[in-house]
Write a protein that binds this ligand. Structure first.
Ligand code: ADP
Length: 390
């Protein structure tokens, strides 16, 4: 009996297969669905299919067939539980939920809030339900962890009817990652989650920061969409909203190209032309001015948020980094944390690693400094088993 975790995008299906005790067995993806001859299926790094994948249904069938052929499952009925990543759960979903018709309708109603993601996630649910109808299907929402934010953190200062009629508010994303990191941090510090305050930073291509009080999210930097907050790989993060009007009136852009600019041509890429932090750090090392500025802006934004969230929390037990940049770049971690001794009591010390967790605060630091690899799929598998009390 195994658990399949699915992350279904508009042209890809990513998966991880777990044992019932949440140990990972296999992982891989189906990609470039719809792209004529360019489709590919990969399991554990080995390509098992190249050619046309007409739609998600075909992709899912290829995946299951290959899992059976390579002995990962003996029949489709081996998969007893399928956990589906769903980006937007709105205000309705605050925890994982067993999928039924009502849940599907509710996710459909949330499509306007995540027009690029929820339809693909729904497609994944429908196709997987058709291919493995006997499994329990669970939806896990990126927004759910942040549903504990108080009103004063999630409301925008715009007329109330935009909230009541149009559901415009802060939702926050990367929730599964922030929750995983919160639980890992509590384990590492060997203290109950409910007694801890911390700031978690997910720094990858998308970036977000979360203020966690007594184990619960009380604020996060992504907002109504993942565009708000920190400077990201290609997203601008916070800007004066009047820049949008200016781009339209004065720069002569239409809304679609402004949207594209702010989501895909801004952030690190907009400032220095690259969005791969490794390359940017190398360029900065070689004295490239644009790369130096991009890193300085990236770090400065993070520090501003840490200051704000430290005040929101009142006290901070740990600052925890994750995501590709957060996990791998000591350079960025140190820059974010240096010079905070007087204001926060943060003192950087020697880095040491224990069971994948890097700790780097000095013994006299008031705040623990950690880097923990995130594992959203594991968290989804675990939350699903908890929901079904397996
Ligand atoms: P995604 O958000 O797409 O899941 P990741 O979490 O994998 O992305 O993060 C990708 C980012 O992590 C890229 O900017 C990449 O350059 C950066 N990264 C990965 N390894 C390192 C490293 N050793 N040093 C600096 N940045 C790194």
């Amino acid at each position: 009996m195994s658990i399949l975790v699915l992350n279904c995008g508009s042209s890809s299906i990513k998966f991880k297969l777990f044992t019932q005790t949440c140990e990972v067995l296999h992982s891989g993806l189906i990609e470039r669905i719809f792209e004529k001859e360019l489709g590919r299926g990969v399991i554990d790094g080995v390509c098992f299919f190249e050619g046309e994948i007409a739609n998600h249904h075909v992709g899912m069938e290829k995946l299951f067939e290959q899992l059976r052929r390579c002995g990962a499952i003996t029949s489709y009925d081996d998969i007893t539980l399928v956990a589906h990543r769903v980006v937007h759960g709105g205000e309705r979903f605050t925890a994982p939920i067993l999928i039924n018709e009502t849940v599907i309708e509710a996710i459909e109603r949330l499509v306007p809030l995540a027009p690029l993601h929820n339809p693909a996630n729904l497609e994944g649910i429908k196709v997987a339900q058709a291919v493995v109808p006997n499994a329990s299907h669970i939806a896990i929402f990126d927004t759910a962890f942040h549903q504990t934010m108080p009103k004063h953190a999630y409301r925008y200062a715009i007329p109330k009817e935009f909230y009541t009629n149009n559901a415009i508010r802060r939702y926050g994303f990367h929730g599964t990652s922030h929750r995983y990191i919160a639980e890992k941090t509590a384990d590492y510090l060997n203290r109950p989650l409910e007694t801890l305050n911390f700031i978690t930073l997910h720094l990858g291509n998308g970036d977000s920061i979360c203020a966690i009080r007594n184990g619960k999210s009380i604020d996060t930097s992504m907002g109504f969409t993942p565009l708000e907050g920190l400077m990201m790989g290609t997203r601008s993060g916070d800007i004066d909203p009047a820049i949008v009007f200016y781009m339209e009136h004065i720069c002569g852009m239409d809304i679609k190209s402004i949207d594209h600019t702010l989501n895909h041509k801004s952030g690190l890429k907009g400032v220095c032309g690259d969005n791969d932090m490794r390359l940017i750090l190398e360029r900065a090392e070689d004295g490239d001015d644009d790369a130096i500025l991009a890193v300085e802006m990236f770090v400065y934004r993070i520090r501003k948020y840490i200051g704000a969230y430290a005040v929101s929390l009142g006290s901070v037990d740990a600052i925890v980094f994750t995501g590709g940049i957060g996990e791998h770049s000591q350079n960025i971690r140190f820059r974010v944390c240096e010079g905070l001794e007087d204001v926060l009591g943060v003192i950087i010390g020697e880095s040491r690693e224990n069971e994948g967790v890097i700790a780097f605060e000095a013994p006299q630091s008031r705040i623990a400094l950690l880097a923990i690899p995130t594992d959203e799929e594991y968290q989804m598998a675990k939350e699903s088993t908890v929901l079904l009390s397996i």
